[in-house]
Design a protein around this ligand. Structure first.
Ligand code: NAD
Length: 303
């Protein structure tokens, strides 16, 4: 039997509907709700994210501002700019668009963010709270994976969960989130580029979460029968015809599509649940970013 799809869109819509009500209340109380996105220099991918963020905020009635800064900005100048956003009472959330130019120390700048305005939950204080399980906000992508697992209605007690990818925004926080007692203590293994025998770990994974950014990295025949597969990867690849040739659009340019890290069509026949790409983790990540934005505004109201 083909796998059931774990779709993120309907879950995201539900979260957004609930947020709309909370936003209405906040606005009635006169609370500011403004997300500021800090963009240093020009970056094509960031432009796309900024557009998506703006649209998502507009949809819910959250004010949104892009703070464009020159590529040559110094570390000190950026730190003091962040500080000015921290002090600005109208601004309730801050996103630092990554990557930053290589002359800047991203960690130092992340540490300067007010933890109360840290909508991506990247400040060490918010990251550290994952260990104790007392977070009010969660790294959105890690949170999206957990929401999808919950929607599959599985008891995670003692389950073998394998995460492929150990980045600071996905793999590492996700491993801590999954170990929180609310999830009945699964066994969590984190694999990465230096893992010696990746296939060994994938074969024994009852739940596999992949966040790498390499199309087709996970072959369907390496999966455990009945596994739950969450594909976080987002890759832009050319569309190919049956003979492996690039398909062109009406202007003669190669057509592109978005795929994940897992060989989806074949994997569907082996696992019990799988996330589509696009339409799985992505929409939920955006919804949870908005949820953090509202949560941050609420935290500032009481602080
Ligand atoms: P990253 O580059 O920071 O980390 C990649 C991770 O993959 C590292 O831990 C690295 O060790 C590991 N890796 C690389 N090659 C590997 C291999 N051959 N075998 C095993 N591990 C390997 O990436 P990231 O920022 O965590 O993003 C990962 C992917 O997830 C990207 O495709 C990104 O676009 C996507 N992403 C999606 C969402 C979403 O909302 N859907 C959000 C964030 C990131």
């Amino acid at each position: 039997m083909p796998a059931k799809l774990l779709e993120g869109r309907s879950l995201a819509d539900k979260i957004k509907e609930e947020l709309k009500k909370e936003i209405e209340v906040l606005k009635k109380e006169g609370c500011p709700l403004l997300l500021a996105a800090v963009q240093v220099g020009e970056d094509f991918a960031s432009r796309v994210y900024l557009k998506q963020q703006k649209k998502a905020c507009q949809e819910l009635g959250i004010d949104y501002q892009i703070k464009e800064l020159p590529l040559q900005i110094t570390q000190e100048e950026l730190l003091s700019f962040i500080e000015s956003l921290n002090q600005d009472k109208k601004i309730t959330g801050i996103i630092l668009q990554m990557p930053l130019p290589s002359h800047l120390n991203a960690h130092q700048i992340q540490m300067r963010l007010s933890p109360l305005k840290d909508v991506e939950s990247i400040h060490p204080l918010n990251m550290g709270r994952l260990i104790y399980g007392d977070n009010k906000i969660f790294p959105p992508t890690a949170g999206a994976v957990v929401e999808l697992l919950k929607s599959a209605g599985q008891n995670l007690k003692g389950k073998e969960i394998v995460i492929v990818g150990h980045s600071e925004i996905v793999g590492k926080p996700l491993s801590l989130l999954l170990l929180q007692s609310e999830f009945s203590s699964p066994t969590v293994t984190v694999c990465h580029i230096a893992t010696q025998d990746l296939a060994f770990h994938i074969r024994r994974a009852e739940i596999l979460i992949v966040a790498v950014g390499k199309p087709q990295l996970i072959k369907a025949d390496s999966l455990k029968e009945g596994a739950i597969v969450i594909d976080v990867g987002i890759n832009r690849v050319p569309v190919l015809d049956g003979k492996g040739r690039e398909v062109l659009d009406e202007r003669g340019r190669p057509k592109f599509q978005i795929v994940g890290d897992v060989e989806f069509e074949k994997a569907k026949e082996i696992c019990s649940y799988i996330t589509p790409v696009p339409g799985g983790v992505g929409p939920l990540t955006t919804a949870l970013l908005l949820k953090n934005t509202v949560e941050c505004a609420k935290l500032q109201k009481v602080s």
